[in-house]
Design a protein around this ligand. Structure first.
Ligand code: LMR
Length: 397
């Protein structure tokens, strides 16, 4: 039976890590997979994570199951991180929440949950969006449609086109998937007025906002990066959120994320929690424990939390500095094209804005690894590779 299987193309993002690993060029540059890297090109374990792990090693005395929704305390803490401390939604009991295997796990749990509420529901995604959104939505049996999001000529959000499409084509009960901050792949985010306008449109048309917030803290700050999401949460009655601790806690391989479902009353939240737990039980049964316990240990300890926030600020400031330095390096390489947009964008990603052949040339002739869409992970740059990267870009232009 397995002979009938069709081969599946390699994941466009994950395959880059393997290609980079196999490249023997000592000057290779990895701007592919979205992981933070320090000046040495290393993805470090954050200081607070290290301390929390050591503490857990000494105190954890069982490996018994955690339950379908994971650790209750972790979930409470993440509700505060995402929706704000003392938020009205948690207080009103309007929240169903589950710890998940990473942000991807949260996305899938939410899609399965939506499919239980409305089989085959339509999910609107921006064009472009994170490539894996398409697979997750498809695999859950939902229907996908697209609205325009990024304008490659202005290097910014085409907000008028986005709103026009949603206003004319989205129907009550449709889901609208938005990136909470640090848009992946474009780095172009909505401003707060635009968030308010989207929230009002959703309320007026009965659309369900679905916010994927995988990079909270990597743009302007933990609170600032959640501001748009919180505007939506204040405006609409129902929404869903996928949050991730992969980037802001650097816990990538520990698969630590959270699915949040906001309902319009507490009774529905109780039913939603049961549905979500059922979805989880029928899939992976329950989430891994370790990453969530690390996050819980940090957020419950004032000193560790302060140190984590300080290190996250260092990460954020370094990425912002790299954006400025990259614009300068491209200038210094004699490139006339205006790349100043890179400095205006947020988080780890920007589109270089070159075509597929030029991307292939960067990969094959210059050992510079980036996604085929020309997405670069700015955090992969450092003092050692910046000039070489700018020179390679100059060569392919
Ligand atoms: C990325 O977009 O590179 C990250 O979110 C990692 C991934 O799983 O694709």
């Amino acid at each position: 039976m397995f002979e009938s299987l069709q081969s599946v193309p390699a994941d466009p993002i994950l395959k880059l890590a393997a290609m980079h690993r196999e490249d023997t060029n000592p000057n290779k540059v990895d701007l592919g997979l979205g992981v933070y890297k320090d000046e040495q090109g290393h993805t470090p374990i954050m200081r607070a994570v290290d301390v929390a792990e050591q503490r857990l090693l000494q105190t954890e005395d069982t490996k018994t199951y955690v339950g379908m929704a994971g650790w209750a305390r972790y979930n409470q803490l993440i509700a505060d991180v995402v929706l704000g401390e003392n938020n009205a939604i948690t207080a009103a009991g309007r929240l169903a929440i589950a710890q998940t295997p990473g942000g991807t796990g949260a996305l899938r749990v939410i899609c399965d949950f939506i499919n239980a509420a409305k089989p085959g529901a339509k999910v609107w995604v921006g064009k472009p969006t994170w490539a894996n959104h398409h697979a997750i939505i498809d695999n859950a049996g939902l229907t996908l449609d697209e609205f325009p999001y990024f304008d490659a000529t202005t290097h910014s959000v085409d907000f008028d086109a986005m709103m026009a499409k949603l206003r004319s084509d989205a129907q009550a009960g449709d889901i609208v998937l938005l990136h909470g901050c640090c848009h992946n792949p474009s780095g172009a985010d909505l401003n707060l007025d635009q968030w308010q306008a989207v929230a009002e449109l959703a309320k007026q048309k009965g659309l369900i906002p679905f916010i994927d917030i995988a990079y909270q803290g990597m743009g302007d700050g933990m609170e600032e990066d959640a501001a748009g999401l919180r505007i939506v949460a204040k405006t609409v009655d129902e929404m869903v959120i996928a949050s991730s601790c992969s980037k802001n806690f650097g816990l990538y391989r520990e698969r630590t994320g959270t699915a949040l479902v906001i309902t319009n009353n507490a009774d529905t939240a109780t039913i939603a929690q049961g549905q979500m737990n059922g979805v989880i039980r029928g899939n992976y049964s329950m989430p891994p424990s370790h990453g969530a316990l690390i996050v819980q240990t940090i957020l419950d300890d004032a000193e560790l939390k302060a140190d984590w926030l300080a290190e996250l600020a260092e990460v954020r400031e370094r990425i912002a500095r790299l954006r400025g330095e990259l614009v300068q390096a491209l200038n210094d390489a004699g490139i006339e094209r205006d790349f100043s947009f890179i400095e205006r964008q947020k988080g780890m990603f920007s589109f270089l804005g070159v075509d597929k052949d030029q991307v292939n040339s960067l990969v094959n002739n210059h050992s510079v690894y980036l996604v085929g869409s020309s997405r670069i992970n700015v955090a992969g740059l450092n003092d050692n590779n910046m000039a070489a990267f700018a020179k390679a870009v100059a060569a392919i232009l």
